[in-house]
Design a binder for this molecule. Structure first.
Ligand SMILES: Cc1cc2nc3c(=O)[nH]c(=O)nc-3n(C[C@H](O)[C@H](O)[C@H](O)COP(=O)(O)OP(=O)(O)OC[C@H]3O[C@@H](n4cnc5c(N)ncnc54)[C@H](O)[C@@H]3O)c2cc1C
Length: 433
């Protein structure tokens, strides 16, 4: 048995059911394919910090594999072309990957399932619950969070499985060094990619600093590490498993303290879970202007307003600071994302999908369900019957940045990034995508 595992957003060995399924194989080829921009947003691509975090994560994963006599092969190219070629070249007998929602991702798997001459096993590993655990059929999945949360919080979160101590050897192949990213970690928020850094942050936030005990009060802070867990980049890339994070929170509650704040972190993981399953159900609908509701807003694409928003050059200093933080660090707080998204949709009247695509490019924690799901909520095209969210930006600035410290940190007379030069003709965005 010669197996191949195609890593995607499961960049870890612990609690990775797909990897655990290969321990008895004769050989195992571990592969990662660098992401390609979606066809409808070629202009967007993968931002410098997102790529940096990803490459650091891949190097870290390679190191974990080397410790087990393995290696990671990082290639460029589309899975539709590369994987059948690898299967033939290394006489692979089984291919595995970990499930991720997304319409293109589903189509790719359907294509591979047909095209590959060997079985393709798709494992679950990036959600708190398996599909059979859910108390709903997928077609009956609630469109709003509260009924989902009420049902989901009663479910048992299975414990994470250990990482295998040994793995089958790789086939005789050339494993090139993984090139580092062109950019370095931002000094303002140096979040390193890779499991080791994710574990350090988890331990620091939960056990060492006990910040989790005040999380409910501090989670809206605009700067990372000050208020919220900042675990999202490691969760989105799969350096940490969400079940592992949940179980560390439960352990803290058993061994130290359980309060509203410790519960609230789990509550937020349920939001992630909600958007994960909604993305599975909504599929291509998630990327349409009317979102999962089908409601059409009047917003269109205004290149000038969009360019100003991207560059942090709007009439709202707080939004400018947030957008510069995003481009420079690849991260923005939840409150910041809500304010920036509301500004693009409600003040600048731009089609929400352009903002979502820009976030997709830059966020080091980009996650298809959480990103497009949250944008839909703000735009009022998700399942929420209350409609969208319109934030009063001055009021938000007064509440969350009363002394202007955050805004000043990212201030400058001129935008810190050059204006994005956008030709509307490069954006063939339409209902078909
Ligand atoms: C417009 C917009 C776009 C977003 N895009 C993404 C994205 O691409 N990837 C992403 O992981 N999150 C996204 N979020 C959700 C949220 O902003 C981030 O998860 C959170 O800010 C990450 O910081 P943290 O780890 O410190 O979160 P914490 O407050 O510490 O929360 C702990 C974890 O719970 C999950 N979580 C928290 N809030 C949400 C939420 N509203 N929706 C889904 N999961 C949540 C995350 O996994 C997070 O790491 C988006 C929110 C908005 C409003």
């Amino acid at each position: 048995m010669r197996h191949l595992h195609w890593f995607r957003n499961d960049l870890r060995l612990k609690d990775n059911p797909a990897i655990a399924s290969h321990t008895a194989a004769d050989s195992l080829l571990c592969v990662y394919l660098m992401p390609k921009p979606r066809p409808w947003c070629n202009l967007v691509g993968v931002g410098a910090q997102r790529e940096r975090f990803l490459r650091e994560s891949l190097q870290d994963l390679h190191q974990q594999l080397v410790e087990r006599g393995q290696a990671l092969m990082v290639l460029e190219g589309s899975p539709e072309l590369v994987l059948p070629d690898l299967v033939a070249r290394f006489a692979i007998t089984e291919v595995s990957t970990t499930f991720t929602p997304g319409s293109y991702e589903r189509k790719t798997l359907a294509y591979l399932d047909e095209k590959l001459t060997v079985p393709l096993q798709v494992h679950r590993g990036n959600s708190l619950f398996e599909q059979p655990d859910l108390p709903f059929e997928l077609e009956d999945l609630p469109k709003v969070f509260s009924p989902f949360r009420r049902a989901a919080e009663k479910l048992n979160v299975r414990g994470p499985s250990p990482s295998p101590e040994a793995l089958p050897p790789p086939p005789a192949a050339q494993f090139d060094a993984i090139p580092p990213a062109d950019t370095s970690k931002p000094t303002m928020l140096p979040l390193p990619g890779g499991r080791a850094a994710g574990l350090r942050r988890l331990r620091q936030f939960v056990f060492d600093d006990r910040s989790i005990t005040q999380y409910k009060e501090t989670r809206n802070c605009l700067d990372a590490l000050d208020g919220s867990s900042t675990l999202s980049p490691w969760l989105a890339n799969g350096n940490l498993s969400v079940r592992e994070v949940a179980h560390e929170v439960f352990r803290f509650e058993r061994e130290d303290l359980s309060n509203e704040s410790t519960y609230w972190l789990f509550f937020e993981l349920l939001w992630r879970e909600f958007f994960h399953w909604r993305a599975v159900v909504d599929d291509a609908q998630m990327f349409k202007i009317g979102g999962s509701s089908g409601k059409i807003r009047g917003n269109t694409f205004d290149p000038r307003n969009f360019a100003r928003w991207c560059a942090g050059d709007t009439n709202f200093p707080l939004v400018n600071a947030l957008m510069r933080q995003l481009v420079a660090t690849g991260w923005m707080s939840n409150r910041g994302r809500q304010i920036a998204a509301s500004c693009l949709i409600n003040e600048l009247k731009v089609d929400w999908r352009f903002g979502a695509a820009f976030f997709e490019k830059h966020l080091i924690d980009y996650d298809v369900g959480s990103n497009y799901g949250n944008w839909q909520y703000i735009a009022g095209v998700g399942g929420d019957p209350r409609g969208g969210r319109h934030f009063n930006i001055d009021k938000q600035a007064g509440q969350w940045d009363p002394q202007g410290i955050f805004t000043a940190k990212w201030d400058g007379d001129r935008p810190s990034q050059p204006h994005y030069v956008i030709d509307a003709a490069d954006w063939p965005i339409g209902e078909g995508h």
